[in-house]
Design a protein around this ligand. Structure first.
Ligand SMILES: Nc1ncnc2c1ncn2[C@@H]1O[C@H](COP(=O)(O)OP(=O)(O)OP(=O)(O)O)[C@@H](O)[C@H]1O
Length: 255
């Protein structure tokens, strides 16, 4: 059984008066096995954020299904969604979303505090994580005292500490310089090699070339996908660039 199944997902936004409709997702179907690392790419307005919001259970689809670990989101009541999300999903955003009033340590602990986890368990999970992410020395600092790359690594620790089934990353390198981006992508690869399933939305061909698979969204549907297989990263980068060029020029080739 796949870890994540997305079936015929459709999302139509309607304005308040019901006079204007935008079909952001028309019919998106794909699945992800446990341990996969998938990047989602597509032009601006193609529906990537919409897809991520639905996968994050921040919004409900117009029709279609999202099934994580055998449980359709449809069956989860609105009042239970926040707890479900906290237990099963980890989030890494472009702008880190750390709280400036909390130390690095407390930012990382936050989802476990909200879940009522015991202090002992929180500490046990923290130490291996911060070692891998190289933020052990920063735990008593505050977000405004650390660099962008360090903030993003803190955000990754916060996402991983709940041991989520799936990490959803929205443009995680978007606010980082090239060195910090490289470090983050390297870290994602390490985390993935350790078994973590990751889905990352990105505009960056470099970022996507680190993933094991790239899904291309165009006009609200899955237009094409590339598997890394035994391709080198350079080769993967070239394939992604070619696909983006074909897509931008009307995209008949794969349609
Ligand atoms: N809340 C909303 N209400 C109405 N239309 C929306 C809403 N959110 C998105 N849309 C429309 O749905 C379509 C898909 O938007 P979406 O934000 O998912 O694209 P995207 O691929 O993430 O774009 P970008 O790369 O620029 O972030 C666009 O036409 C957008 O204008």
């Amino acid at each position: 059984m796949a870890l994540l199944e997305v079936r015929h997902l459709k999302k139509t936004y309607t304005n308040r008066f019901g006079t204007n409709q935008v079909e952001a997702l028309k019919d998106v179907t794909f699945s992800m096995e446990e341990g996969e690392y998938t990047a989602v790419m597509g032009e601006s307005g193609s529906g990537k954020t919409t897809l991520l919001n639905l996968l994050a259970s921040f919004d409900r689809p117009t029709s279609g299904d999202i099934i994580l670990n055998g449980l359709p989101f449809r069956k989860i009541q609105d009042k239970d969604l926040a707890v479900y999300r906290r237990k099963n999903l980890g989030f890494v955003f472009q702008d880190f979303n750390l709280l400036d009033t909390l130390s690095v340590r407390d930012n990382i602990f936050l989802p476990l505090v909200l879940a009522g986890e015991k202090t002992e368990e929180m500490k046990k999970r923290l130490s291996p994580l911060v070692k891998v992410l190289r933020i052990s020395d920063l735990l008593d600092k505050f977000p405004y005292e650390i660099s962008g790359g360090q903030k993003q690594r803190t955000a990754i620790a916060r996402a991983l500490i709940t041991e989520p089934k799936l990490i959803l990353a929205d443009e995680p390198t978007g606010a980082l310089d090239s060195r910090a981006s490289y470090e983050l992508l390297h870290m994602f690869e390490q985390i993935n090699q350790a078994g973590q399933t990751i889905l990352m939305v990105t505009h960056s061909t470099t970022a996507a070339s680190h993933a094991k698979r790239v899904l291309f969204i165009k006009d609200g549907t899955v237009y094409h996908q590339i598997y890394r297989g035994d391709k080198s990263r350079d080769e993967m980068f070239r394939k992604i660039s070619e696909t983006l060029t074909v897509m931008a020029s009307g995209g008949k080739e794969y349609a």
